[in-house]
Ligand binder design. Structure first.
Ligand SMILES: NC(=O)c1ccc[n+]([C@@H]2O[C@H](COP(=O)([O-])OP(=O)(O)OC[C@H]3O[C@@H](n4cnc5c(N)ncnc54)[C@H](OP(=O)(O)O)[C@@H]3O)[C@@H](O)[C@H]2O)c1
Ligand SMILES: *[C@@H]1O[C@H](CO)[C@@H](O)[C@H](O)[C@H]1NC(C)=O
Ligand SMILES: *[C@@H]1O[C@H](CO)[C@@H](O)[C@H](O)[C@H]1NC(C)=O
Length: 323
């Protein structure tokens, strides 16, 4: 009897495809990332993703592809292939519009492009304000000010949940102290070599769900040549990952995603390749053991990939303590 109960619980947790935010909203634990997905590629990527079962699309005003994503969503709604309430759309407020009185208009701009009445999650993309052409840092806005503007948009029903991205633990504490609506989600760089255990603790304390960007180690980041990327090891080639891939007849990407999902972290792998989009979704039919999770958790840590050097000198630079 006990074995039966244990097995059922384990089975349910394997099948678990959503995380619940602190306001009761259910967010899929796996979504499609679209950073660096070109407007002409992203439409098919979103179609492929929805067709194989993805129900979360992650975009941002600054990715320049909201309109293409909106076009596909409209097509699927009109053809009756998808209902609005069955898909979770995340977009982000860019750092040129962090003044509280600009936020509603910015979100409405994103909604117009996405052809939606609301988004499911609206994230403040970065804690640091910049001038409208990004040429200068704007030191006049604090994260608390921005949060007040985001709360207003939430209260008007333009976003079903709200959160932050690239914020430090300290900035999260500051917001929680003044918030009338708490942070529901935090999206940060998180992968095998940058596991963010300490930040996860802080988020747990406030019931903030965590989303991993670059869950595969962002192998495509080199295509973004505004940044001088340091060479760093590729998690897809890690020995423990390769060993587990062989054991479970899975790919290294599937092992990396499954590991984070079992850590209760949402993942948004980016791909514009149909076979990888499908591959990245096939992670709900197996489960790593506790020992294997621990082995992956113990892999030596590496350095942060996204150092954001253009934030140096900004009073809200989230990484000032580690520079
Ligand atoms: N909040 C933020 O500041 C922030 C920053 C960065 C990213 N993000 C979000 O997080 C998403 C994911 O991060 P990311 O795009 O940097 O990195 P990622 O998802 O770790 O990696 C994406 C790269 O891996 C390749 N890839 C995808 N699936 C693969 C597979 N199964 N096997 C081998 N290679 C595979 C993709 O190429 P192909 O497309 O050719 O398959 C792409 O080059 C972004 O798209 C974006 O939505 C957010
Ligand atoms: C985080 O930092 C990365 C690297 O600078 C940047 O590309 C991304 O837009 C930022 N996103 C968030 C959520 O801060
Ligand atoms: C798409 O992904 C498959 C499987 O990983 C890979 O073999 C193929 O080369 C990729 N195609 C492109 C155009 O990158």
């Amino acid at each position: 009897m006990l074995t039966f109960i244990l097995c059922t619980c384990q089975l349910l947790s394997w099948m678990s495809t959503h995380v619940e935010l602190s306001n009761g909203i259910k967010m899929p634990v796996l979504g499609l990332g679209t950073w660096l997905s070109k407007p002409e590629e992203v439409e098919d990527a979103v179609r492929n993703a929805i067709d194989v079962g993805y129900r979360l699309i992650d975009t941002a005003a600054c990715y320049g592809n909201e309109a293409e994503i909106g076009k596909v969503l409209k097509e699927y709604f009109e053809e009756g292939k998808l209902k609005r309430e069955d898909i979770f759309i995340t977009t982000k407020l860019w750092c040129t519009h962090l003044h509280p009185n600009e936020i509603e208009a910015e979100l409405r701009e994103s909604l117009k492009k996405l052809q939606l009445d609301y988004v499911d999650l609206y994230l403040v993309h970065m804690p640091t304000a910049f001038s409208s052409d990004m040429s200068a840092q704007d030191h006049s806005v604090k994260v608390e000010d921005t949060w007040k503007g985001v709360e207003e948009a939430y209260k008007k029903g333009l976003a079903r949940s709200i959160g932050v991205s690239n914020f430090s633990a300290d900035q999260i504490h500051r917001i929680q102290k003044i918030a009338s609506v708490p942070i529901h989600n935090n999206q940060v760089e998180l992968h095998l070599y940058f596991p963010q255990f300490e930040l996860q603790e802080v988020c747990n304390q406030y019931k903030i769900s965590l989303t991993a960007y670059a869950p595969l180690g962002s192998p495509g980041r080199v295509n973004f040549n505004l940044v001088n990327w340091e060479k760093s090891p590729n998690p897809l080639e890690n020995d423990v990952v390769l060993k587990l891939a062989q054991k479970y007849h899975k790919t290294p990407a599937q092992i990396l995603l499954r590991h984070l999902i079992q850590r209760k972290i949402a993942v948004i792998p980016k791909s514009v390749n149909a076979s990888r989009i499908k591959e990245n979704f096939e992670v709900f039919d197996f489960s790593l053991t506790v020992e294997e999770i621990n082995e992956l958790n113990s892999v030596p840590r590496g350095k942060r990939l996204f150092k954001q050097e253009f934030l140096i000198g900004h009073p809200e630079d989230p990484m000032k303590d580690e520079r």
